[in-house]
Each structure stands twice: as C-alpha cells, then as structure tokens.
Design a protein around this ligand. Structure first.
Ligand code: GLN
Length: 476
C-alpha cells in the first residue's frame, strides 16, 4: 500500500527510481482513491480513460534512466487549461463538447516531464466564483465536510489534492481562485507573478489578471511544479524572464509587513483574526521581524476588481457566439442563433459579469467606471511598491472565514464577491502570493482548515517559498 497521505513529489520520485513501485502502481492507487471518494466529493469532471497507458510510458522513461522529478507523478488539471484532444469545458455548458486542438504551454512542459494527467477538475463556470457552486456540472464538496464548499474557482483541483486523488494540481487565479480553495482545503496554493507562467492555452477570463498556479500538499511540491511550468513564452507576449536572484540562505530572516488597517475592516471572523495573530507570533518566534505597514487604498481593491474583471470578461467571452465553436442553438436568423446559444449555454453569474462589463465599457460610463478603476489600480500598485521598499513579505489571512455551507451564499452575489477581499489586490498589482495552511477551526464537530497568505515583490516567489517553509517547518 502506498501511503498517499504523506506522499510528496520527492518521495514518489525516489520510490519510482528505486523501483519500490512503478508509475502504474502509483496511478492505480490514485484511481482507487478516486473510485472510493469522488462520487461524494465530485472534484473531477472527467477522469481520463488512458491514465494507466500514460503511466506505462512514464515507466519506460524511468527504466531508460531519462526520468525527471515529475516523471510518473499524477496531476489533476483545471478544466480551463487545454490538453490537445481532450475536452476543456471551463465548467460551462457552452463548451460541453469542445475538444482542445492544441496543448497549453504549461501542458506541453508537463508532457515533456512525463507527468500522468489524471483528469480535468471541476470549477466555477469560466472561473467566476469563490465556491465552485457556479459550475454548470454541480458543485464540488469540501473533503473536510461534504456539506461545505471547497472554495473556488479551482475547487476541484484543491479538493483532488486534499483528498489524495492527485498528488499535485494546476488551477488558475484571477482574483484568488488558487489561494482560496487552497486555504479552505488545507493545502498550499500559489498565484505567480503576472507574466511568470504562460497563459497560452488557458481559457481567458480577465487577461490582465489571470495566472495559472500550482497546488501541492507541501510548499516544496508547489515549488517544484512552479519551476516546471514557469518561463518566458513567445506564444504569450505578457510573459517575463524568470529572475536570477534567489534567497541566499534558506534560513533567511524576513521583514514581514502586516496591513493592520486593512484587517480591521468588518466581516472577518474572530477565529480567523485569532489564528492570524497566532501565526504572526509563530513567525516572530522563528526570528522574522513583524512590522505594521499601510496599504490604505487596498479597501478599494475589491471594487476596482469588480469593474475591471467584468470588463475583460465581457470582451473575452464575446467569442462564445454559437458560430465558431462550442454549443449552438439555431433560431430563424443568425442573430437569433447568437442570442439563443448564449442564453442557454451560459450560466447566471457569467451573464451577470457580461452585463456589468458591457455597462462599464459603454460610452458615457467608460470614464466614470473603467478609467477610474484603472487609475485606482495604479494607486494600489504604487502602495505595494512603496511597502516592498521596506519589507520582504506582506502577510494577511487568505479568507475571512473557514469554508461555508453549500448554498449559503448563492442567493447574494455581493456576499460571494466579499470572499475575495484579501486575494484580489495582488491580481491587480501583479505580485505573487501564496496560501499555506495555518490551523484548524472546529465547526459542527468537524475540523476545517484556515490559511495565511504571504505576498512578495514581483518575481520573488523564492521569498514566498522560503518564508512558507519556515512557517510550516518544512525541511530547509
Ligand atoms: N472569486 C473571484 C471572481 O469570482 C476570483 C475568481 C478567480 O480567481 N478565477 O472573480
């Protein structure tokens, strides 16, 4: 029996190289776990039928001595990242039968490594949401309590890793969609610096905000996956060169800034505040310095995000018109086809964003909303820049509370938007941020995970990994 619960990439790699078990054995163990749990959790929209064939090919690579660290490692992929020849539906009915015609750059890189793709994971439709309840295929459940959400929008990927139905996973983060589910499922999730990872082959939501991000049970696993997918790509002109600088000593002591004003805003659960203070104490005991910093304009980040994101959504989703690809419902005229296809193919939240986005971009409102939001975004960016002249890391809780019950927030979209309060700022500024587990809260007799978010200066993911490993006491 392979101990999936305590397995990491390094442990699996070692065992595969030593021949303690094969990639087929490993994939079989994960498939058994999926068979056992996923009818309740619903992390996967599809488990690929060729998992064992992929594993066999990985075994050949291992036998021939050409294996890398990720060869034979089972990974789950969010349903908005294209894998050639497979469906990518972005959790939407409009792309229910859409088969990708090419590999996303990250997928190409992972194929070269010889990973084993287990399947595609559930998500809020087109990544719009914080709970995975907006999926057109039904919600994913939190492995810690099946009555609760796993967070979103990459809830399927996070739940798959948390329930040991994949060793690692990829998600996408436009306003918190990797970090929030990581926090609510008790795992590690990274939003990379904007441009660090190619977006080529990701179904676009908000192109100036979207980044693909890795999930793992440990910081090291997320780091290994990050290193495998990052890099400049000529297919995505917004990608940047990977930095040369690295934290010199793995035991570095950091200056950690805490934006107290921001944390004083209402709506944060007391247990989260308490857990956050305890986390700061732990960091202090580890020798890091905690100082107060001011990010006074961060309180506007959520409003700015919910202008800019829908604006980009309304433009990006214009391509789902029933003509070029995806679902088509025929009416009596071309324009009617268009209306009918979009009416029946897109869900409520997606339509809400398209309407909001079209509104803020319309003449007469463009200056009042879209332009103003962009101006405030620049101010927020400047605030972060100034703070990072003084500190290495900014720390906040990842979410305002632990996982909520399925259905609890679906009636009021604003309630759902408020979930993003701590996570959206860095999507506006482009900074990288990571969520790591920080403790548990008992609710209705069940232990529910909480997370802490660390943010660093652009291209300094190395600092995020170092401080997170120090916080969790991972080998450094
Ligand atoms: N919850 C946010 C939204 O609904 C962020 C989603 C995401 O990061 N994809 O827009």
């Amino acid at each position: 029996m392979i101990d999936l619960k305590n397995l990491t990439i390094k442990k699996a790699h070692e065992a595969l190289i030593k021949g303690e078990y094969t990639a087929v054995d490993l994939a079989t163990a994960y498939l058994e776990q999926i068979n056992k749990l996923d009818k309740d959790i619903h992390a996967y929209l599809e488990v690929f039928s060729d998992v064992l064939e992929q594993a066999k090919i990985a075994d050949e690579k291992i036998k021939s001595g050409k294996a890398g660290q990720l060869t034979g490692i089972p990974i789950a992929i969010k349903d908005n990242i294209l894998i050639k020849g497979r469906i990518a539906s972005a959790g939407s009915k409009i792309l229910e039968n859409y088969i990708a015609t090419y590999d996303a750059t990250v997928i190409k890189k992972l194929k070269n490594e010889g990973v084993v793709f287990m399947g595609r994971t559930n998500m809020d439709e087109f990544a719009m949401g914080s709970s995975t309840e907006n999926s057109a295929y039904g919600p994913t459940k939190n492995p810690y309590d099946l009555e609760r959400v796993p967070g979103g929008s990459s809830g399927g990927s996070a739940a798959a890793v948390a329930a040991n139905m994949a060793l690692i996973a990829l998600g996408s983060d436009t306003g918190g969609s990797v970090r929030q589910p990581a926090s609510r499922c008790g795992i590690v999730g990274l939003k990379t610096t904007y441009g660090m990872v190619s977006r080529f082959g990701v179904i676009a939501m908000g192109s100036s905000l979207d980044q693909i991000g890795p999930f793992g049970k440990t910081v090291e696993d997320a780091e290994i996956l990050f290193n495998a997918i990052k890099g400049q790509d000529k297919m995505d002109s917004t990608t940047i060169e990977s930095p040369k600088s690295k934290v010199e000593s793995p035991k570095s002591k950091f200056k950690i800034g805490v934006p107290r004003d921001f944390l004083k805003m209402g709506g944060i659960d007391e247990s989260v505040v308490k857990n956050f203070e305890e986390s700061l104490n732990r960091l202090k005991e580890l020798g890091h310095e905690i100082i107060d910093v001011e990010l006074s304009n961060s309180k506007y980040a959520l409003a700015v995000y919910y202008v800019l994101c829908p604006a980009e959504v309304s433009s990006n989703l214009a391509r789902y018109d029933g003509m070029r690809y995806g679902k088509r419902v025929s009416g009596s005229t071309g324009i009617e086809d268009y209306f009918l296809s979009r009416q029946s193919g897109l869900g409520e939240e997606v339509k809400r964003r398209i309407v909001l986005g079209t509104y803020v971009l319309s003449s007469g409102y463009y200056d009042a909303y879209y332009n103003k939001a962009n101006t405030v975004k620049e101010i927020i960016k400047n605030d972060y820049k100034k703070v990072f002249e003084k500190v290495d890391i900014i720390a906040t809780p990842t979410t305002t509370e632990v996982a909520f019950k399925i259905g609890e927030k679906t009636a009021d979209p604003l309630q759902m938007y408020l979930e993003d309060i701590f996570t959206v700022s860095v999507n506006l500024t482009g900074n990288p941020a990571i969520s790591v587990p920080s403790g548990m809260k008992k609710v209705d007799g069940k232990d529910l995970p909480m997370g802490i978010q660390f943010i660093s200066d652009h291209s300094r993911e190395d600092k995020l990994f170092a401080v997170s490993k120090s916080f969790l006491g991972e080998n450094i």
